[in-house]
Ligand binder design. Structure first.
Ligand code: SF4
Ligand code: SF4
Length: 458
């Protein structure tokens, strides 16, 4: 079999390159605004300090997460889990109300693809020029433009990778390490890996990530119903489509309002034709709405041949924004958000763990006294230093001694030896003891911890 036959018989069809045309309009402006805000937050937030720390830093080495003035310790992992659940529920809620709003305006893939496309347009021009350049033979102009584009893409990808690592390593130290060529192996790996992922996904694969790789695109349809906002072509109004002069009256020519200009296909970042109906590839970016409205304006027709609508509205039925699933999502979201905010606010910024000395059950002292020894691990989760008062609650016969003096610097973890003593007459076997830890300084932070005190059985 010749090479040509082999190619013709291949089950793999080469993906046609999509050259999205630039578009202006209301939704394009909203998309750009979302892009500026989101990317601004991504690139600027790690450089802003809050309460003495980087405003968002997932410090894996010291196992502490700093988020907007709050410090989350490994013991606070439940809050992070709940925050992730809130994020997922928000996505479900927005999808149920407004369809793929996330995909079109806020998804990192969409946002970074927009930037890569913008850089490409900057160097190679808009759709027609890019198509012409790709089809032209290699010459100095093509080499120069392609090289310039790659330099911009790679620089932007590296900056993105650097910022990503800056969420896990203090970004100022990271910047110093980069410029002084002292980057560690893991930082180098993640910086290059994330840069490569950004370049590959947003620069090379683009719409193919949405079409073939994104799991959200697959399961979000389960959250859709006939009242969910979608972007759709008004087929009864638009068909039969066909070219005409502006002065023509469509009804006299037996035509609908679609003039078959194909601009809605040319602006589509996933390269689909919205006139063929709702498609899983549509990321609801609304570029086709903007461009079609402009065409309608030029032709003197009403805008909205392609519009945000619902399946119910398309079939002439009433659309209901408030429906049972919206109430369920709203209730869960509100309850969880209030619960997490309240619990974070009520957090006690002090941890105390008492671990019994395993080498001896108890020690018998003079004057019929019994002693138990514990290792005390104290964590000052506050941003200021503290000295602690440690006392036994509700057992006047018992006394305790701590060494060294329980003082901790901000966010310091300290280990101490705690000795508890009681007269033999205080009990038998294992006795429950409550130990209260409180700060000397006002406002008092306090926590009570229970442990067991072992005594002879007879
Ligand atoms: S942009 Fe509007 S008029 Fe032009 S082909 Fe698309 S739907 Fe038809
Ligand atoms: S069909 Fe329209 S809304 Fe959907 S991805 Fe294409 S341009 Fe965006």
């Amino acid at each position: 079999m010749s090479q040509k036959d082999k190619t013709d018989d291949s089950l793999y069809r080469r993906e046609a390159k999509v050259y999205p045309r630039d578009v202006k309009g209301t939704f394009a402006s909203l998309r750009k605004l979302a892009m500026v805000v989101l990317l601004g937050l991504y690139y600027i937030i790690p450089w802003i300090n809050w309460a003495g720390h980087q405003s968002v830093l997932f410090d894996l080495a010291s196992r502490k997460f700093y988020i907007l003035g709050l410090t989350f310790w490994p013991q606070d992992f439940i809050f992070l889990t709940l925050m992730l659940i809130i994020a997922a529920l928000s996505l479900f809620f927005v999808t149920a109300v407004a369809g793929r709003l996330w995909c079109g305006y806020a998804c990192p893939q969409t946002v970074w693809t927009e930037v890569f496309l913008w850089l490409e347009r900057l160097v190679e021009g808009d759709r027609n020029k890019r198509m012409k350049l790709d089809a032209s033979p290699w010459n100095s102009n093509k080499v120069m433009r392609k090289t310039a584009k790659q330099v911009l893409w790679i620089s932007f990808a590296l900056w993105t990778g650097f910022t990503f690592v800056g969420f896990f390593t203090p970004i100022r130290e990271l910047a110093y390490s980069v410029i002084s060529f002292q980057l560690g192996p893991w930082e180098t790996f993640w910086l290059l890996f994330y840069s490569f992922a950004t370049y590959g996904n947003a620069g090379v694969l683009r719409e193919q990530v949405c079409k073939y790789m994104c799991p959200y695109a697959r399961f979000q349809s389960a959250m859709f119903d006939k009242d969910t906002l979608v972007i759709a072509y008004n087929e009864p109004r638009g068909e039969p489509r066909g070219g005409r002069r502006k002065s023509d009256v469509p009804t006299e020519k037996g035509l609908g309002d679609c003039i078959s200009c194909t601009l809605c296909v040319q602006v589509c970042p996933t390269g689909i034709d919205i006139r063929e109906g709702l498609q899983i590839e549509c990321i609801a970016c609304a570029a086709c709405i903007d461009v079609c409205d402009q065409v309608m304006d030029k032709m003197g027709y009403d805008e909205g041949l392609i519009s945000y609508t619902t399946e119910h509205r398309m079939s002439g039925k009433e659309t209901h924004v408030l429906r049972p699933r919206i109430f369920v999502y709203s209730f869960l979201l509100l309850a969880l958000t209030v619960g997490v905010l309240w619990s974070v606010n009520q957090r006690v910024l002090l941890r105390a763990d008492l671990l019994r000395d395993r080498n001896a059950l108890y020690r018998e002292l003079s004057e019929n006294r019994i002693e138990n020894v514990y290792t005390l691990k104290l964590i000052n989760m506050d941003f200021i230093p503290h000295q602690y008062r440690i006392e036994i609650v509700g057992n006047d016969d018992m006394v305790l001694f701590v060494s060294p003096e329980p003082k901790l610097e901000p966010e310091e973890v300290g280990n101490f030896i705690l000795r508890m003593q009681a007269p033999e007459s205080a009990g038998h076997g294992s006795v429950k003891v409550d130990v209260r830890f409180s700060t000397i300084e006002e406002p008092v932070i306090e926590r009570t911890v229970s442990t067991r005190f072992l005594m002879p059985y007879d």
